[in-house]
Write a protein that binds this ligand. Sequence first.
Ligand SMILES: Cc1cc2nc3c(=O)[nH]c(=O)nc-3n(C[C@H](O)[C@H](O)[C@H](O)COP(=O)(O)OP(=O)(O)OC[C@H]3O[C@@H](n4cnc5c(N)ncnc54)[C@H](O)[C@@H]3O)c2cc1C
Ligand code: SF4
Ligand code: SF4
Ligand code: SF4
Length: 565
Amino acid sequence: MPPIYSKEWKTAVVSMQGLMRQNRTSPCEAACPAGNNIQKMHSLLAEGRVDDALLAMYAKNPFPGVTGRVCPHPCEEKCNRCGYDEGLAIHALERYAADHGRTPVLTPLPPTGRRVAVIGAGAAGLTAARFLRQFGHDVTVYESSPVMGGVMRQAIPDFRLPKDVVDRETGAVAALGVRVHTNVTVGRDVTLSGLLSDCDACILAAGLWKERLLNIPGREYLQTAVSWMKKSTLERIGLEGKEVVILGGGGIAFDAAFTARRLGAAGVRMICLEAEGAMHAPEAEVAQARDEHIAMENSMLAAAVESDGEGGFTVAAVPVSGFSFDEKGALHVQESVEERKRFSAHLVICASGLQADLTALSGLDAELTPRGFVAVDPVSRMSSIPGLFAAGDIASGPGLLTSAIGSGRETALAVHRFLSGFAADSSLDVWLGDEGRLETAERKALPAPHVVELDEIMHVDYHEHAPRVAVSHGRESGRGPQLAFAELEGGLCAEDAAKEAARCLHCGHCISCGSCVESCPGHILEMGGDGPFVAWPEQCWHCGCCRIACSTGSVSYRFPLTMML
Ligand SMILES: Cc1cc2nc3c(=O)[nH]c(=O)nc-3n(C[C@H](O)[C@H](O)[C@H](O)COP(=O)(O)OP(=O)(O)OC[C@H]3O[C@@H](n4cnc5c(N)ncnc54)[C@H](O)[C@@H]3O)c2cc1C
Ligand code: SF4
Ligand code: SF4
Ligand code: SF4
């Protein structure tokens, strides 16, 4: 059995289920919920080809400027370079490509005459709309708010995600010819059953906007976190001299705490069920909270809120020794024997979870999951209502932006299969061809590529040890109020971006360096336009020299391997 080479695709890939040449891949790409073409971006950034790097990302993800800022980057934890020295700053490179590359001009395929309605202009809905429009379908998005972007535009605070970045990327979707009707609520202004009869398919991507209030005495005094942040984004009402208590310990609670701090609150305190060190938020946010003197009361459950009748409140909290959620999402806690604590506040914000608002589905008997999200078939992505698909948080439950983007893209492909008469489980390969037009081919699905771990890269010493580039966090305390909502994390300069991108090991992706060809003692390998190939397979004696010489772990053998001794 001669060696097998994993050769990366030269074009910008949208979806490849039948990996014809790429038998191996990197752990970062396997971990990215949006499926970003990460190592390709690194190759291009290292060469200074920023526009091409953005095209490689944009092929799969219409929002790289957003994900490069607020995705908690699960890719970086999995980066093989973590085991060598330090993982790559993938999200900072993604942001660099998005901020400095020219937005690619995409050209939709000729009109198909098929009409698709998308409910919700958030990450999932707009991603689905973009790909369906590229396929040539007539796409109309209905959005209940006055703006496009969903949570990324309405709720994530400016100091993490400036609005102009969202507007630039949502605007590029509309520029493709996607029709967007804002201020239209499906279920109130138009009916979903009407859209289902007028269109060939509908995608429900309405997200989760129903905020759960804790069922405790005094719940009428609570403000819900997302509504409060939406309002503060617009009004910026100061909180000078006020004490703010936030009930919750997840990402939304942290955003509310940082927002209250920036609005001038005298004291901000979070009451969280999670124990110290087990918070459901990135470590950087916990560190930022400490820097900003936000008090965290861990392993505590808010039990009651009392009003003093003069605009002040007291929050009583019970210590807990453990907690869990059941299949339906109901909370079960084990109270500890320690004494209750009481905290004073002028504002109490509740960040205790989001649920689906199913108004759009009224009159339709759609099947739901045990937690009340819209159930979809995992292959066809269709709900129990024929022609109705669902994408993003409304189908998956609370997730990440990058998961909503991945879900939007996969749902668009599923809808395209449905509209084009392909079987739901058919393998459709899609890539960006000339002039930014999609090209497609139906191919036999091959097994998923093997994810290359660090110890499979036999010539890893080829890569010099080098530290990760420093990304500025702007977490210094004592900033003036005029800077309060300015973006916290800084971007990379061109020199740092190229240097950081060049640290990539290209795990499982051939970079056509030629080392394997040169190291083969039998001259069995040759270099072609697409990288190395086995010219004389029957003469390979399985010495493994090619595999040992490869600095990217791109060479493998299929087992069982017969060694010739
Ligand atoms: C405060 C906050 C901070 C977050 N921070 C992060 C983060 O830093 N990183 C991260 O990865 N994830 C974060 N998330 C999670 C992430 O934002 C969501 O997973 C993602 O936005 C889900 O996308 P979506 O398209 O499914 O829904 P949404 O973004 O919610 O979009 C749904 C859209 O549908 C519209 N809509 C709803 N009902 C109707 C209707 N009946 N008719 C018409 N339109 C309707 C809504 O107005 C909205 O625009 C955060 C979430 C919140 C709430
Ligand atoms: S979207 Fe997130 S997981 Fe994917 S490459 Fe960007 S930072 Fe990494
Ligand atoms: S070294 Fe490069 S290809 Fe390998 S996991 Fe890290 S970012 Fe991905
Ligand atoms: S040695 Fe170089 S050319 Fe050969 S497979 Fe590895 S990366 Fe590709």
